[in-house]
Each structure stands twice: as C-alpha cells, then as structure tokens.
Write a new protein. Structure first.
Length: 315
C-alpha cells in the first residue's frame, strides 16, 4: 500500500487531545518504518488557523472550501460544536464523500456527519456526554457506547484516547498487527482497546462490586428512561423480591431503587436541556415525566434551578 494522506477538518473549539491522539500514531508509524506511510494536513473555516478548546492555536494549510486530494478525511470538533456547523463545513464533507474519500469523525464529530445525513442506518460512536441528545435528534443512527466504530463506511471514534485506539486499528489494517503493536509500545500505551470496549468504566468496576442483580437492574433502568418501569417489574425480571432489590440498592448506592432511577432520568433531562433545543415539555416527556410541573419541581430540588432558569442563563 502506498503512502496515504489524511486531512483533518478542525472545527473551532476542537479538542486538542483528540487531534494529538490522531496525529501521533501516524507520525510514529512513519518513524518506525523509516518511510512515509502517512502524511497529513489541516483545514479550518478561514483557511488560516483553528483554536482548540484549551486555547491552543493550530495553523492550517487549507480552508473547508478548498480541500486537497486525500485518502481519508476526519472532522474534529469539540464541545458545543453545533454552533460551528457551517454550510462550508457540510459542503466540504459532502463533496469529499462524492469523490470517494473515506470520511470519518472523531470526538463529537459523529454529530456533524449525522447532520450531513451520512450515518442513517449505520453504527456510530460519539463522546458519551452527547448520547442522550444524539439519540433524540438522530433516531435513524445506531449509536453505540463503544470507544470507536471501524467496520462502517464512515468510521467514528468517541474522542480522546479512543482516537489513538482507532488510529492503531487503521495502522493494523493498512500495515499489519506488528506495526500497530510497535507504535503502541512507542507511545507507552498499555494496549489498544478493541472497538467493542465501552467508553465508560463498567458499573461493576466503577463501584468495586460484582453483584449481577444490581448491574442488571441499572441496565433495565437505563434502557427505559422515557417510559419508566416499576421496581416491582424490575424485581420480577431479576427473579428476586422487591425487598431484596431495595436492600441491594441501599447497600451499594445508599439509596432506594426509585430514587436512583429518578436521578438517572433527571441526569438525562439535564443533558437534553444543555445540548439540544428541545422544549421543556419535550424534555420532560423524553425523561419519563408526564407533568411539566412535577418535572420542574424535581429538577429544581436536584440542581438548584428550574429548567427554564438554567436555559436562560445559558442563553
């Protein structure tokens, strides 16, 4: 395989860690082989520079309107990327795809590809913080909680070190497993994660317990945030009594199953409030609350502010 050129579209306020994790595996692969396996360049809206969310400024070679020929193109945004989705950005992505370029996305970039209509019917990965809002806005995309997706037409990674995992996977595909391991070793990286690994530490690992009933109960709750199920139904699914379910949640979370469930739903509501333009009533329904008044009271009790007041401060 000949040398490949990657172009990275740097959306304003992009995540600097993601950019570094994208570039360094490619650079190290070149160094180890002693030849140019990969080259890369950057593009931004103005064709001059792009500022990362940490204030770092990267000089670029191209504008979104004037991209060079390339083998792969990746869009790299960051938090709050919706305000930087411009016609020039979407046009550049569509033009690249129409010419056969393999288009991918890193960090929150799957949102931009979905906005462009690229991901319908496909699996995609995005940073976990955007999962609630993404599933509401793009129901035709099969969002996964994995660190990356490499077996679709448009590859996606959830950002940060998941980007390094994806790049090591691509190096493996292009030049073999031995080179990908050598690059990982040079990065002092304990080992590239497989695509199927979840972004967030499992419930069992995070709280240091190994109780399958609690883990399964939380899975049931997370899968039914919009239409909550009762503790009785959860206990029946687990083939245990409601009293035993309550004892387990008291032991591991110091709260009741109902309260834990309520906190999950309120967290989802807060994510939708901060990341979407859904109305307060739509957010209430999407989080399993039939009454906006009841939702508002619980939200204020949990977060110290009403949903409308919090949205007003954001504006």
């Amino acid at each position: 395989m000949g040398a490949q050129h990657f172009v990275f579209l740097l959306v304003e306020k992009h995540t600097h860690l993601t950019l570094a994790c994208a570039i360094e595996p490619l650079r190290i692969a070149n160094m180890i082989r002693g030849e140019t396996l990969y080259s890369w360049s950057y593009a931004s809206e103005d064709g001059v520079s792009s500022q990362a969310s940490n204030g770092s400024v990267t000089l670029v070679q191209h504008s979104f309107r004037n991209l060079p020929k390339c083998d792969r193109l990746f869009v790299i945004p960051g938090l709050g990327m919706t305000e930087f989705i411009t016609p020039a950005l979407l046009t550049s992505l569509r033009k690249a795809r129409s010419t056969g370029v393999r288009v991918g996305a890193l960090c929150s970039g799957a949102w931009i590809l979905a906005e462009a209509g690229f991901l319908n019917g496909m699996k995609a990965a995005i940073h976990w913080e955007y999962h609630d809002a993404f599933t509401e806005k793009f129901p035709d995309v099969a969002l996964v909680r994995s660190v990356f997706v490499a077996d679709e037409k448009h590859v996606t990674a959830s950002g940060g070190t998941a980007t390094a995992d994806l790049m090591l996977n691509l190096i493996d595909q292009d030049h073999g497993y031995d080179l990908s391991v050598a690059v990982s070793d040079m990065m002092v990286y304990a080992g590239a994660r497989e695509a199927s690994v979840d972004q967030r530490i499992s419930l069992q690992s995070r709280i240091g317990m190994r109780n399958p009933h609690v883990a399964r109960a939380v899975e049931i709750m997370r899968a039914a945030l919009e239409e909550p199920v009762s503790p009785v139904a959860i206990a029946e699914d687990l083939d245990i009594s409601v009293r035993q379910l309550e004892r387990l949640f008291g032991r591991y979370f110091n709260t009741s199953p109902s309260r834990y469930y309520m906190e999950l739903r309120l967290d989802r509501a807060r994510n939708l409030l901060l990341q979407t333009e859904m109305s307060i009533s739509e957010i209430a329904i999407a989080s399993g609350f039939q009454s906006v008044g009841h939702f508002t009271r619980l939200y204020r009790r949990s977060f110290g502010s009403t949903p409308s007041a919090q949205r007003g401060r954001m504006a």
